[in-house]
Design a protein around this ligand. Structure first.
Ligand SMILES: *Cc1c(COP(=O)(O)O)cnc(C)c1O
Length: 344
């Protein structure tokens, strides 16, 4: 092994979907945008389709093409960015369903693909994507006459269950959609834990499937193994890495592994995390470089050939906390250079 390796456990992925599905009495879809949060849209979507997922969500039409290829005809693939200019051929040729976000998108869709199914994305307060209440009030009779396949909105603060924004958005979403015959959806991973009022006709988790918070009981899906390039002795008082930020206080052995911030192991992670030899944690010391990380392996009985930086003991959320970010960002920035393997 000379390159770092990202291993994705598809069984853990499927098990997380089943666990999230069991939290509600409604259908559970799957958000597979951004290449399934960096883990590979095709194997992830194929696994979930086999598990019974019938509603997939991507950010842009191009991503939907890869998902359609993986799962074949049948299941719904909805596109959060809606029907953008230039999307018509992809939407039609790959049976992708745009989630209409604005009156102009509705017009575009009606002109370009009048018989092609669509959904409606509503802005219930996040002010990011979706039709505003006033635009929706005007469009609703025309849109509803065409039977939108879904009506959905997205919560801004669902990872904070007590945040008043959750109920505020629930109220707005209800006001915008009550009385409709279309299936409705409001909850992503966080919303799944807010109670049945938030579930409507289906939930659409993303990050929880991949082992991230706010799904606290998620099984870890990703492991990352880093090959050790060399191990060196370091004397008391000698420093390691850029900026001399770590200085040996005992005679030490330092392993240098082949991965760094160019692989999404952010420089901001700094200290405070470990790399594992089996279940034995070894502290990461010194600054994380572009392609190299230094690890104190003094307490290991022998020099390791590889060290694992992501596993069941140290999760994407632990790395995220050390870097001052969220698990989503760690997942999606991992390893363009890593070799990827899948465990069925
Ligand atoms: C990303 C996204 C989701 C999934 O969110 P998670 O927090 O990853 O579960 C659901 N809906 C929309 C509109 C999104 O953008």
């Amino acid at each position: 092994m000379s390159t770092a390796r990202l291993t994705i456990n598809l069984q853990a992925l499927a098990s997380n979907w089943r666990a999230l599905d069991a939290k509600t009495d409604v259908e559970t879809g799957a958000v597979v945008k951004a290449d399934a949060y960096g883990l590979g849209a095709e194997p992830v979507s194929a696994t979930l389709a086999e598990e019974g997922v019938r509603k997939f969500f991507v950010a842009v039409a191009e991503e939907g093409v890869a998902v359609r290829k993986a799962i074949g005809p049948g299941p719904m693939i909805a596109v959060f960015s809606g029907h953008m200019e230039g999307d018509t051929d992809l939407l039609r040729d790959h049976d992708l369903m745009p989630l209409i976000n604005a009156p102009e998108q509705f017009m575009r869709h009606q002109q370009a693909l009048p018989d092609h199914p669509f959904g409606i994305q509503l802005d219930s307060g996040m002010n990011r994507l979706g039709l505003e209440p006033a635009d929706w009030a005007e469009l609703r009779p025309k849109a509803e006459a065409l039977n939108p396949v879904v009506m959905m909105s997205h919560l801004a603060c669902s990872d904070e269950p007590d945040h008043p924004m959750n109920r505020q958005q629930l109220k707005t979403f209800r006001e915008m959609t009550d009385g409709t015959a279309s299936p409705r959806s409001l909850a992503a991973t966080g919303g799944t834990f807010l109670g049945p009022e938030f579930h409507f006709d289906f939930c659409r988790p993303g990050v929880g499937l991949y082992g991230g918070m706010p799904f606290a009981e998620a099984k870890p899906v990703v492991t990352v193994d880093l090959p050790v390039i060399q191990v060196r002795p370091v004397e008391v008082g000698e420093s390691v890495g850029y900026g001399n930020s770590w200085i040996a206080r005992r005679p030490s052995r330092i392993a240098t592994v082949a991965a760094g911030y160019a692989d999404g192991l952010h420089r901001a992670i700094g200290g405070g995390i470990d790399a594992f030899s089996g279940s034995q944690p070894c502290p990461v010391v010194g600054r994380i470089s572009m392609d190299l990380i230094t690890v104190d392996v003094t307490d290991l009985p022998e020099d390791p050939e590889r060290l694992r930086i992501l596993n069941g003991h140290q999760t994407v959320d632990d790395l995220a906390e050390a870097a001052g970010t969220i698990g989503y960002e760690i997942l999606t920035s991992l390893g363009a250079r890593f070799s990827r393997g899948y465990v069925e």
